[in-house]
Design a binder for this molecule. Structure first.
Ligand SMILES: Nc1nc2c(c(=O)[nH]1)N[C@H]1C(S)=C(S)[C@@H](COP(=O)(O)O)O[C@H]1N2
Ligand SMILES: [Mo]
Length: 321
């Protein structure tokens, strides 16, 4: 069943928050003025992401001075429990995942809902290059050059209504493709969620590729979230469902250990995990001989505070961890 995504002129479908978000991105040097005009579907071929100067230059979101994690490490040291809980399990077993054909169900509090082939979603807006730090709650981090669509621009196309306060995401849960589902490590399917303004923030990416290649299966092919100011587990992989909801949706790690993992999960060196400190981290960005670099301090909001701290103004981040 195929539902056409309305293909309206950009000036009709781009509401004020997204327009402002784009302007903010341009000011950060993260989006070219050309892209800002290219809001119409099919503006750029999603299958051929062209690296841009903006991808590696700007401060904060694109740490030019930071060494990239090696492709080999980013694709062999993974968390993707659907393929096992060991770090090397995803690379070993994710070959059975079938990322094509793929479709995503969009439901809940929106005018446009239905089942959409991935190809149609990829035509909503242009693919962009974004180099982001990703900080796992376990205390390691990576620097990864992603390609993807700004999530907010995609979501806007479905015309969320005034009851849409959150966005819930669901990963595929197919025991035929995912051997890890045999174990109740998580109450499958893997679920994540964002508050609407977090989902609409220009840094939030719906990733389709990394290092200029399509997403490897172990990294969440064919479509995953990347929310660089939050702990890695918010960056849900292999998404098959997106729902606009009025209430805060249940999320996998919070369901599993509510004392340890909250809904927000913003990277915060001042709030320790109950079982370990979150003050520092070790980058996986090294030479072939050493997986982890020396310990470095963890930054509030993973270093993206200038862009995102405003989303949480007035909130006690010890309570809303
Ligand atoms: N569906 C799903 N998404 C997931 C996970 C998972 O187990 N299942 N692990 C999360 C965790 S804990 C991290 S740190 C990142 C790791 O992403 P990477 O393997 O691409 O570095 O994926 C996140 N997304
Ligand atoms: Mo993680």
């Amino acid at each position: 069943m195929k539902t056409p995504i309305p293909d309206l002129p950009a000036h009709l479908i781009t509401p004020e928050p997204v327009y402002r978000a784009r302007r903010q991105l341009m000011q950060l040097g993260l989006a070219s003025p050309l892209l800002a005009l290219a809001g119409c579907a099919g503006a750029q071929d999603a299958s051929a992401p062209a690296p841009t100067a903006a991808a590696s230059g700007a401060s904060g979101a694109a740490p030019a001075s930071e060494e990239l994690t090696r492709f080999e490490d980013a694709t062999s040291y993974n968390n993707f429990y659907e393929f096992g809980t060991g770090k090397t399990d995803p690379a070993r077993y994710a070959g059975s995942l079938e990322p094509a054909p793929w479709s995503v169900v969009v439901g809940g509090e929106a005018e446009v809902t239905g089942t959409f082939p991935l190809e149609d979603l990829l035509r909503i807006t242009a693919v962009q290059d974004r180099t982001y730090r990703l900080r796992c709650v376990e205390g390691w981090s990576m620097v990864i050059p992603w390609q993807g669509l700004p999530l907010g621009e995609v979501l806007q196309r479905f015309k969320p209504n005034s009851r849409a306060k959150y966005v819930a995401f669901t990963t595929l849960a197919d025991p035929r493709q995912m051997p890890g589902l045999r174990y109740p490590s998580i109450d499958w399917p893997y679920r994540e969620g964002l508050r609407m303004d977090e989902a609409m923030h220009p840094l939030t990416l719906l990733a389709t590729g990394m290092y200029g290649k399509p997403l490897p299966n172990q990294n969440g092919a064919p479509l995953r979230l990347v929310v660089p100011w939050k702990y890695g587990f918010k960056s849900i992989k292999s998404i098959i469902r997106i729902d606009f909801t009025e209430t805060m949706p249940p999320t996998s790690w919070n369901m599993l250990q509510p004392e340890e993992y909250g809904f927000y999960s913003n990277v915060n060196p001042d709030v320790d995990h109950p079982r370990w400190s979150q003050r520092s981290e070790r980058r996986i960005a090294g030479t072939a001989s050493k997986l982890f670099a020396e310990r470095i301090p963890t930054l509030p909001f993973n270093g993206y505070g200038e862009q995102v701290a405003g989303l949480y103004a007035g909130m006690d981040l010890r309570k809303w961890y």
